[in-house]
Design a protein around this ligand. Structure first.
Ligand SMILES: [Fe+2]
Length: 223
């Protein structure tokens, strides 16, 4: 039993409970790989709070794609993406460490960075946000804020380390403007590998029921 934690994100007050935390760990069991208990707690709480300000009750309710308007996976969820990127990144790091005696990386930071890298998708993939942006791109942009920028906000507001905030904000194209950390370089490669190999292996859907509205209608949301 962990104490409830009160936080505020985008003006919304959230009380993070153990039930919310258990839901996050059930979807992202690799959280348990983080050895530092404080970091483990903060990664869990960040996802619990992020979901609480979103229309999603679970990570797997989000469209399983790289960007809100790109083709989704035929099978699998957004949680599967985070988990797979985490496992691939750890394998890359372990392979290099086994080969090079002086190869040093921060395993906790790598795992936490991978699990949180797309946390900002709760904003970019919110069907109501997508509907607003599509209806009037000149009002706030389309999207107004991409997931790396919104993810940075969540990471910093939730007290995650600078290295994890860096993974969130610079794992994608935004990272071309800076020098990525070692852990973020591994994450970036694993992330791009995931989507490119999924595409090459025929794992992306030909049609997009999320943007076309079928699944949105099913979930009661409007796109
Ligand atoms: Fe990703």
């Amino acid at each position: 039993m962990t104490e409830p934690r009160m936080v505020e994100l985008i003006g919304k007050h959230i009380t993070i409970t153990d039930t919310m935390r258990a839901g996050v760990v059930a979807e992202l069991p690799e959280i348990e790989w983080i050895s530092d208990p404080t970091l483990r707690q903060n990664v869990t709480d960040a996802w619990a709070a992020a979901l609480a300000i979103s229309p999603f009750s679970r990570i797997s309710e989000m469209k399983p794609s790289g960007n809100y308007d790109t083709r989704p996976l035929r099978h699998g969820t957004q949680a599967d993406h985070f988990r797979s990127v985490t496992r691939m990144a750890v394998q890359i790091a372990e392979e290099m460490a086994a080969l090079f005696p002086d190869f040093r990386y921060d395993r906790d930071l790598l795992i936490g960075g991978c699990l949180c890298h797309d946390i900002g998708k709760i904003w970019e993939f919110d069907p109501e946000n997508v509907r607003r942006w599509n209806a009037d791109p000149r009002a706030n942009g389309r999207p107004s804020i991409r997931h790396p920028a919104f993810g940075l906000y969540i990471c910093l507001a939730m007290g995650l380390p600078e290295g994890i905030a860096h993974c969130a904000t610079a794992h994608s194209g935004e990272g071309e403007l800076v020098q990525r950390s070692l852990e973020n370089t591994i994450l970036h490669q694993a992330d791009y590998t995931f989507w490119r190999v999924a595409d090459a292996g025929g794992q992306l859907a030909e049609s997009d029921p999320w943007l076309d509205g079928e699944l949105a209608a099913k979930s009661g949301a409007k796109i």
